[in-house]
Write a protein that binds this ligand. Structure first.
Ligand code: SF4
Length: 367
């Protein structure tokens, strides 16, 4: 299940209705889930399942796979059967794959009514098939695939245009009595994206899937996603998130999980507090902080480790953490829960911290 916290300490959650993506609830106050999408060829079942396993280990709650060809659609039953987390099929253009994905047991299907051939005709039977199978759908637009009419009416993929498009799709589903869907209105620009989701949230109670689409490589994309998701989640908007990076998908999951952890919306795992270092520091804080972070990257226990360069703020911060070091004079004072447990030479700081952290993690209940 989702190791999340339902209520944000920052703001009450925007009231949305709840849908299910397999066993994972989305909306209606459920913990915010983290999603990612595989970038293997879906038809390559082994590689896809291996990537899904990796994403799951990193904290992913829901995974999406692209279904552009018949071979991909044919692979869905095996993937669904063996995936430890619910699988969403991502389908553009061809409605026949939607039906195949539903038959394959996918937990949800992402459809883009804007580019599904003859959606007006096929939409109601998609809703019927989803209802019969008890699964949910995701609809909504990306700025890049906004329909031409709305693009022209609003002069581009503005928040109003994207929301108008989403509302039109939502109405189409609701008109045939289908309500088990969430909506995304993605844009690559964080400010436009925030405005768009705010506007959409003001119009109804659909569960919202947050995404900054085409956000760029890891560094840029992480910043854009943190800004946009941070702003929205701090206002209580958003029920499930997907960070999009031009990077291995596991990086998306790590960023998504950390955003939720740092917003107080998910149980914190290992965390490091380290000072930036300055002219006062007497050890190489940057190298030390990196070595400690790297040495503890597999730790999932909620341990907070402080690495401080001198005695000005050092002991104070080191005391606040579960475990820490305050350095001075080529030595490090190692603190555990505020008490100095030993003083070691600079070259022993990393190994000492790692030893204590691993001991602590081993003695904590499994998360
Ligand atoms: Fe500088 Fe010390 Fe603060 Fe680190 S803890 S930034 S070394 S004053």
């Amino acid at each position: 299940g989702v190791a999340g916290i339902s209520e944000s300490p920052l703001h009450p959650r925007h009231q949305t209705r709840r849908i299910m993506v397999g066993p994972v609830p989305v909306g209606g106050g459920a913990p915010i889930s983290v999603q990612s999408m595989t970038n293997t060829k879906t038809a390559n079942v082994g590689a896809t399942l291996q990537q899904i396993a990796e994403l799951t280990a990193a904290g992913c709650d829901i995974v999406r796979v692209a279904v552009p060809t018949q071979d991909d659609a044919d692979a869905l039953p095996r993937i669904v059967q063996q995936s430890p987390i619910p699988v969403i099929a991502d389908i553009h253009f061809q409605s026949k794959y939607v039906f195949q994905a539903i038959d394959a047991g996918c937990a949800a299907v992402r459809v883009n009514p804007g580019n599904i051939h003859k959606f007006d005709q096929v939409g109601p039977s998609i809703c019927q098939a989803a209802t019969d199978a008890g699964i949910s759908l995701r609809i909504g637009v990306n700025a890049g695939s906004l329909d031409k009419e709305l693009y022209e009416k609003f002069g581009g993929p503005t928040p109003e245009a994207l929301v108008a498009s989403a509302l039109k799709e939502a109405r189409m589903f609701e008109d045939v009595g289908f309500h088990d869907f969430k909506i995304s209105v993605k844009h690559h620009d964080p400010v436009t994206m925030v405005e768009t989701y705010r506007l959409l949230a003001s119009k109804g109670d659909w569960p919202l899937h947050l995404g900054v689409t085409e956000a760029g490589p890891a560094w840029q994309g992480t910043i854009k996603s943190c800004l946009a998701f941070g702003a929205l989640l701090a206002e209580g908007i958003g029920d499930t998130i997907r960070v999009s990076l031009s990077a291995p998908p596991v990086e998306e999951v790590k960023v998504g999980c950390k955003i939720l952890e740092y917003l107080g919306l998910r149980q914190r795992h290992f965390d490091i507090i380290s000072c930036p270092s300055c002219g006062r520091s007497q050890v190489d804080v940057i190298a030390l902080a990196n070595a400690v972070t790297d040495g503890l990257k597999e730790i999932t226990a909620p341990i907070r480790v402080a690495v401080m360069g001198c005695i000005v703020n050092g002991p104070g911060e080191a005391r606040e953490a579960d475990l820490g070091v305050a350095s001075g004079n080529g030595k490090g004072q190692i603190f555990i829960k505020g008490k100095v447990v030993e003083t070691v030479r600079e070259d022993q700081i990393v190994e000492t911290l790692l030893r204590y952290a691993n001991d602590m993690a081993a003695n904590m209940p499994v998360q």
